[in-house]
Ligand binder design. Structure first.
Ligand code: FES
Length: 217
């Protein structure tokens, strides 16, 4: 009888070798499917939650500074919010149009708080109407354009969306020009701003503003 069982492929547990292999194959497939599903879920879950750096910040529109006013600091999002208008005669000492800018600069921008030179945290200096970096002296205009080096480029910016009162409907979004976020002119119905700190673009290497006045050190 034992010989008959071995020939039929029956194991000591009462299942045939073929059934045993089927079970192993089924278990492997179940494990593989579970792993794939886990990876997919991990990929789909947002890495950063709203309100933490790397994610989006939704702010009421009255968080904005006045036009060409001093920038508003959002330390938790690591950005400065600025409201720019080179056509506004008030505050033009802060936001003026440079000779190489062929159009007016108007709208809202969210500027990353890290200096483009070696990564220090710069600050707004009200007495001089500009951002100044304490580490090596780089200076930037209200919109982040560099005035003096050693900064190699203008300050980086985050994408801005204008939202309706439901906080969902997007009325307008920052546009890219040469892969850099342009200031966003807000539509009249804007109730909230969404700043996406996961969508940063590097500032361009424009001419230093001090070069136009021969005042570079
Ligand atoms: S890190 Fe800002 S000037 Fe060097």
């Amino acid at each position: 009888m034992a010989n008959v069982a071995v020939e039929a492929g029956v194991t000591g547990t009462g299942i045939t070798r073929r059934e045993f292999l089927y079970y192993i194959w089924g278990a492997s497939m179940a494990l593989f499917t579970a792993q794939a599903a886990g990876l997919l879920i991990w990929y789909l879950i947002p890495r950063f939650r709203e309100g933490e750096f790397g994610g989006a910040f939704v702010l009421p529109v009255d968080s904005l500074p006045e036009v060409n006013g001093e920038p508003v600091n959002f330390p938790e999002g690591r950005f400065w919010l600025v409201n720019l208008d080179t056509t506004n005669p008030q505050g033009q000492e802060r936001m003026y149009r440079a000779p190489d800018e062929d159009s007016e600069i108007k709208g809202v921008a969210a500027i990353y708080k890290v200096c483009t030179h070696l990564g220090c945290i710069y600050a707004w200096t009200p007495a001089n109407n500009r951002f100044e970096c304490p580490c090596h002296g780089s200076k930037y205009r209200l919109d982040g354009r560099r005035i003096e080096s050693p900064a190699p480029r203008t300050l980086d910016r985050f994408r801005v969306d204008a939202l309706a009162a439901d906080k969902q409907t997007v009325l307008a979004s920052s546009e890219l020009k040469d892969n850099f976020w342009m200031p966003l002119e807000l539509p009249p119905d804007t109730a909230f701003l969404r700043i996406d700190t996961g969508d940063k673009k590097n500032g361009p290497s424009q001419t230093l503003l001090c070069s136009f006045t021969d005042s570079c050190p």
